[in-house]
Design a protein around this ligand. Structure first.
Ligand code: 5AD
Ligand code: SF4
Length: 437
């Protein structure tokens, strides 16, 4: 009999991309094959995200598009990830297209669930675990220059807007040596950059060692050129971690430091546990210790009861900090969160949208200015592959994570994985352009 073919599509964050690699590994082990074409598949899995409503809507759109395939040839459809966890029984109603639901801690049950589903029985596994880290599973990665390693899973912060503590459960860390062995294997397979992932990486603990210890140990592995991490929480950014970033040549000088809001009342309502002044002091401490640092952030506009004046304080902080780039989101009420239970989602949608537009425009101008300051400098670019626009160009990133594009050619041999020395000649708000130096 032909082995069942699986098509898997991933929505959302890097953690979900990583989980898809885990799922591929679990299923390949049981004899499943993978295809890049939904039309060729016997099973379609959607690895979903629940962080904002538009992520949700996208998944519903994709499910609708799969209906004809399901009706024609009995396609098995599985929903994985955060949406599966959050919606549970809603998705299992009788007319539902979905056969299998598996939350982020239940991927080990997938082979069994899929086997049953192929035989016509729907099933779900959505319980959260205090222990599951998939530490013994080697993700099935596309071999390349960069890779992710999830070092901790879940989040205990319960920011009031955020669904992650409900969909991904309690914080738990992977064992220290397991992470090192995975990074060593990656280096041996030709990977040059590792990004350590966690919803809240500076909560990493193995009982004795903390996140800075782990970061330093990974950065010391032979063959790894660069180590990145995402995301830390601004409430605790220890000096030890800052020292590691500032001093280790292979730890990238980039910190993603989610701000969320620049007004103290809103920060309190969000339960972020820092004030505007504390956040600014942290930025100052980081910049004093490591002046070349690239800072990026996440911001939510239009959180419950946010006034124009309070939003203006966020804009003001963005102007003062001058992030290199920022992800800016409209507040989107999520079921089960503390904000959904305690506060009214009362900022009109048009006001939220206008605030997002203002911030995006402000940030774009800052990004352009900061990128243009790079013109004339020579930067080390880790080449990831060909440029999107032209096969005659290489694309890579600087240590600070700035996307850089430059023409192929020149005397030095360059290939994916090379660290190329590039002189920046031009810049847009999102990209540096240059020539091999
Ligand atoms: N609405 C809008 N944005 C959100 N984020 C998390 N939850 C919500 C929500 N309910 C944003 C935060 C977080 C990023 C990953 O997503 O800015 O840092
Ligand atoms: Fe969500 Fe806050 Fe945890 Fe980040 S730190 S995953 S925003 S609850």
């Amino acid at each position: 009999m032909r082995a069942p073919h699986v098509f898997i599509e991933t929505f959302g964050c890097q953690m979900n991309e990583y989980d898809t690699e885990l799922v591929r590994s679990i299923l390949k082990d049981k004899g499943y094959r993978f295809t890049d074409l939904a039309d060729m598949a016997d099973i379609v899995l959607l690895n979903t995200c629940a962080i904002r409503e538009n992520a949700h809507n996208k998944v519903y759109g994709h499910l609708g598009a799969l209906k004809p395939l399901k009706e024609d040839k009995g396609l098995v459809i599985g929903v994985l990830g955060c949406m599966a966890q959050n919606l549970k029984k809603d998705l299992m109603e009788s007319e539902s297209l979905i056969d299998v639901l598996a939350g982020p801690d239940s991927y080990r049950s997938l082979p069994e669930l899929l086997e049953k589903a192929v035989a016509g029985r729907k099933g779900m596994a959505v319980d959260l675990s205090e222990y599951e880290t998939y530490a013994d599973i080697t993700p099935d990665r596309v071999e390349g220059v960069t890779a992710w390693i999830a070092v901790m899973r879940g989040c205990d912060n319960f920011c009031t807007f955020c669904v992650v503590p409900y969909t991904r459960g309690r914080e738990r860390s992977r064992d220290f040596d397991g992470v090192l062995r995975e990074a060593e294997a990656l280096a041996a397979s030709g990977c040059r950059q590792v990004t350590l992932l966690g919803q809240n990486v500076n909560s990493y603990r193995d009982g004795v060692r903390d996140f800075a210890d782990l970061l330093l140990a990974v950065a010391d592995i032979q063959g790894i050129e660069r180590v990145r991490f995402t995301s830390p929480h601004p409430k605790d950014f220890p000096d030890k971690l800052l020292e590691a970033v500032a001093t280790h040549p292979r730890i990238c000088k980039h910190i993603h430091l989610p701000l969320q809001a620049g007004n103290d009342r809103i920060l309190r309502l969000m339960d972020r546990t820092y004030t505007r002044a504390e956040y600014r002091a942290l930025v100052a401490r980081i910049r004093t210790r490591c002046p070349e640092i690239v800072l990026t952030t996440d911001i939510i506009a239009g959180f419950c009861s946010e006034t124009d004046a309070e939003f203006a304080e966020t804009e003001d902080l963005v102007r003062q900090v001058e992030y290199h780039s920022a992800y800016i989101f409209k507040y989107s009420e999520r079921k089960n969160t503390i904000a959904a239970r305690k506060y009214a989602d009362d900022v009109p949608d048009a006001v939220k949208a206008a605030r997002v537009t203002r911030l995006v425009e402000l940030q774009r101008a800052i990004s352009l200015k900061k990128n243009r300051e790079m013109i004339g400098k020579t930067v080390a670019v880790l080449v990831e592959g060909e440029g999107k626009r032209s096969p005659d160009q290489w694309m890579g990133r600087t240590d600070g994570n700035l996307v850089t594009v430059f023409p192929k050619g020149g005397s030095a041999p360059v290939k994916p994985g090379s660290l190329a020395s590039v002189r920046v000649t031009d810049a847009s708000a999102t990209t540096l352009y240059g020539q091999l130096a």
